[in-house]
Write a protein that binds this ligand. Structure first.
Ligand code: SF4
Length: 290
């Protein structure tokens, strides 16, 4: 199956493309321009053999965000550029992590770093989105966009369960418009600092090992998820996630805990893993570690 990768910056895309051109290796280009040009950079679709050549030849010289199985998008990139805002508090996005979704391997997840800062808009979003979860202390704002789970941080956005890359760009652009429009209208909105509804326990459960090993003291993983959701237990009690056997679940588990404001395990571990540079072969299609 062909695979797609994207890049945090256009320069890295250009470097990878130049390499493929120099060896006349086939690829398909998927561009976010013009409609999603503020939230993505052009991406490359290659077969497994070309991916290996690219990886072996350039290795650490090319930074990419990760690889996932390529699925053609059902929607088109808009033929006009994105709207501009007098004050753009989100800025531009650099997709640092692209990987299969842990909860559903047919979908993708990503982490985008922002040039702007969203912290000031959270209380206004909280006032306008009563079904979202806002944790002022943790600095997170989490909500569902249909089946997609989205968490906003001050300079970071995580999306789980996007259909494919174009859908992810479209989701990021929708977020960009929503936060900037809310910020533009903030004079008409009474900010709300109230802690809102927590994400469903099922979303936590999907990020647990599912072995019902009882190491946490609960009879099942689902019981642990419900207890964690209601604030009765600490994340670190699920030792299989932190002791090696199921360590690939650590990052997504810490992210959902972070959006709940549960932090007996320092979230900085997860943040560290989102920093560049990643080698081209850092994430394979079957790697669920992000
Ligand atoms: S320790 Fe983790 S894997 Fe074991 S039952 Fe508890 S939640 Fe499930």
């Amino acid at each position: 199956m062909n695979q797609i990768t994207t890049f945090p910056r256009t320069e890295e895309f250009e470097r990878a493309k130049s390499f493929l051109d120099s060896l006349s290796l086939a690829y398909t280009l998927v561009s976010p321009c013009p409609g999603y040009e503020r939230v993505g950079v052009p991406s490359l679709v290659v077969d497994e053999e070309t991916r290996m050549k690219l990886t072996q030849a350039m290795g650490a010289e090319v930074v990419c965000s990760g690889w996932v199985d390529y699925q053609p998008s059902k929607t088109l990139v808009p033929a006009v550029g994105p709207p501009s805002f007098e004050e753009d508090i989100l800025g531009t996005c650099a997709i640092m992590v692209l990987a299969p979704c842990v909860a559903d391997l047919t979908r993708i997840r990503l982490i985008a770093h922002l040039s702007g800062n969203l912290a000031a808009v959270f209380p206004y979003l909280n006032a306008k989105m009563p079904r979202a979860m806002f944790c002022n202390e943790a600095g997170t704002f989490t909500f569902m966009d249909e089946y997609r789970l989205i968490s906003l941080y001050d300079q970071r956005i995580t999306i789980a369960k996007a259909d494919e890359l174009v859908d992810a760009w479209r989701t990021l652009e929708r977020i960009r418009c929503r936060v900037n429009e809310t910020w533009r209208r903030r004079g008409e909105i009474k900010p709300c600092y109230e802690l809102r509804k927590k994400p469903p326990a099922l979303e936590i459960y999907k990020r647990l090992p599912g072995t019902n090993c009882r190491a946490c003291g609960e009879k099942t993983c689902l019981a642990f998820a419900v207890s964690l959701w209601s604030g009765e237990v600490k994340p670190s009690l699920c030792t299989p996630i932190f002791s090696g056997e199921h360590e690939h679940l650590k990052t997504p588990f810490l992210e959902i805990c972070s959006s709940l404001g549960l932090s007996d395990v320092a979230f900085k571990d997860s943040k560290e893993q989102t920093k560049p540079p990643f080698r081209l072969d850092f994430f394979s299609t079957n790697d669920q570690s992000q």
